[in-house]
Design a protein around this ligand. Structure first.
Ligand code: ADP
Ligand code: MG
Length: 245
């Protein structure tokens, strides 16, 4: 199968950092699949995603459909890891989706459609600040879907999802892949989600540790290589927030 995204020898070194945050990472994404990106906190997942999105400088080659990815940025939807905004800023769900989209061809009908897809139509005129974490997450998903992306990238979306809401959220993603021929790359630390929803998994810890179908790829030896001996391997950090207002 022809891959949709080709990542070749990607390295990122932040200014003044002693070593690269990610080093020579290579993989491909197959179309119409869900691929999970896993790795311990600080392993470079968000860095890799930002490189794919062209938000930070990188070394190496990233292509979409075999062409330089710069031509395809508008075919990519993105749900950031953290999203904070000034809750005193009076803005409705609909206004938020229309105002934070840089393309001017987004019609009210299209906004209606994506809100329906994520089961948030009833909140169209609700204040953004009144939403629960899970509702905000679905609005961010709607915002990412509005331009009908071919590739959807989500950075640890479960951080904002309501307890018990994960299932619904991932079912939604699965539906997008099936009905809209979308390809999904999702950084996550929920291993049950990886097993249940992802066809492929990419494990990184600054370098690529392993990749392949979850059942073949994820074994005890890999976990030890990837995470050391810790069982609780995650904490959240709050840098790199995306902010509006
Ligand atoms: P993950 O998303 O897997 O938790 P990150 O990509 O956020 O990992 O971070 C990878 C490494 O890069 C970490 O060591 C982190 O401290 C560093 N890093 C991330 N963002 C920046 C930045 N803006 N400036 C300098 N170092 C950064
Ligand atoms: Mg991250």
């Amino acid at each position: 199968m022809k891959s949709i995204l080709q990542i070749e020898n990607i390295s990122v070194r932040y200014p003044r950092a002693v070593e690269s945050a990610i080093e020579s990472i290579t993989f491909e994404l197959q179309p119409k699949t869900i691929t999970a990106l896993i790795g311990p906190n600080g392993s470079g997942k968000s860095t890799l995603i930002k490189a794919i999105l062209g938000l930070i400088p990188y070394q190496g080659k990233i292509s979409m459909y075999g062409k330089p990815i710069e031509k395809s940025y508008r075919d990519i939807g993105y749900v950031p890891q953290r999203f904070s905004f000034d809750t005193t800023f009076p803005i409705t769900v609909e206004e938020f989706i229309s105002l934070t989209n840089t393309h001017k061809d987004i019609s009210p009908d299209r906004i209606q459609e994506v809100l329906e897809q994520v089961h948030m139509l009833s909140k169209k005129n609700a204040a953004l600040s009144q939403l629960s974490g899970g509702q905000l997450q679905r609005v961010l998903l709607a915002r990412a879907l509005v331009r009908k992306p071919k590739l959807l990238i989500l950075d640890e979306p479960e951080a904002g999802v309501d307890v018990g809401g994960e299932q619904t959220f991932y079912n939604l993603l699965e539906k997008m892949v099936e009905e809209h021929a979308m390809t999904v790359l999702i950084a996550t630390h929920e291993l049950d989600i990886v097993y249940r929803f992802a066809e492929n998994v990419i494990c990184i810890n600054r370098v690529l540790v392993c990749s392949g179908p979850p059942k073949k790829t994820l074994n005890q030896q890999m976990f030890t290589t990837l995470y050391g001996h810790e069982l609780q391997f995650y904490g959240h950090h709050h840098d790199n927030d995306e902010r509006i207002t």
